[in-house]
Design a protein around this ligand. Structure first.
Ligand SMILES: [Zn+2]
Length: 255
């Protein structure tokens, strides 16, 4: 394969199906603990969005239609007992599962006010949050997504695409897990072909696997991932930070 030829379609973005109704956070779950603010910039909430709830997601399900996967307004992926079992049987790696409580339901498409929340379905499905614990490292330099700023007060990072392009994975350091995170896109769930094939074979609803080769990014697209330890344990963040630090230099803009 010559340099510059298309990467094989081995990786995918696991994403919400455009026509699937969202699940929403149960109203009582937000802001469960005080949020610390960065000493340099009061717009920076230390810990980021995921620090605003405890583990143990509680959601409102859409009425009428059932799916194999549900996505919250913050792009958390929730899946059924059946899909969890399929993934476990296939020994899919890079994922942990945490139980999700169905606290109520709502009529799509509108985000419900607290007084509009309906009771949970009579027999709510057993649901699990997909926790992405795999690691794919830094997006490849060929993607030209560059670090723009790291806040001296809290370490929060912002990144920016310097040109039109795609999301490339460094072929010299491919991800070892089936489900993985790429920096600086910690919310996005990237998956291997094994996962894409599994979901297709079992006609999983509510989600799509989009080949990375179909995904485009535009010059000026911004990313505000926060910092690594918002997304993983302190120890994991430290190890990955050290491993990335040399490669990260290559992403710094040249002056
Ligand atoms: Zn800050």
């Amino acid at each position: 394969m010559s340099k510059g030829s298309a990467m094989p379609t081995a990786y995918y973005l696991l994403d919400k199906h455009a026509r699937a109704a969202s699940a929403f956070w149960d109203h009582s779950m937000t802001c469960v603990r005080p949020v610390a603010v960065c000493p340099v910039n009061s717009q920076h909430l230390i810990g980021g969005r995921r620090n605003r709830r405890n583990r143990g997601l509680r959601i409102l399900l859409p009425r009428q239609r059932h799916y194999d996967t549900y996505w919250t307004q913050y792009s958390e992926c929730v899946l059924t007992e059946r899909l969890k079992g399929l993934m476990e049987d296939a020994s899919i790696t890079g994922v942990e599962f945490e139980p999700v409580r169905v606290a109520g339901s709502y009529k799509p498409p509108r985000y419900p006010d607290p007084e509009e929340v309906l009771p949970p379905p009579d027999q709510p499905p057993s649901l699990w949050e997909l926790r992405n614990v795999g690691w794919g490292g830094l997006v490849a330099g060929s993607s030209r997504i560059s670090i723009k700023e790291r806040c001296p007060g809290c370490g929060r990072e912002t990144w920016e695409a310097l040109s039109d392009g795609g999301i490339d994975i460094d072929s010299s350091a491919p991800p070892h897990e089936d489900i993985f995170m790429l920096w600086p896109m910690p919310v996005s769930i990237f998956v291997s072909k094994r996962v894409a094939d599994l979901l297709k074979k079992h006609r999983i609803t509510g989600a799509v696997c989009r080949p990375l080769t179909d995904i485009t990014i535009k010059r000026g697209d911004g990313y505000a991932p926060g910092k690594l330890e918002y997304w993983m344990s302190h120890e994991a963040a430290k190890a990955r930070e050290d491993a990335m630090s040399l490669r990260r230099e290559r992403h710094l803009p040249r002056h």
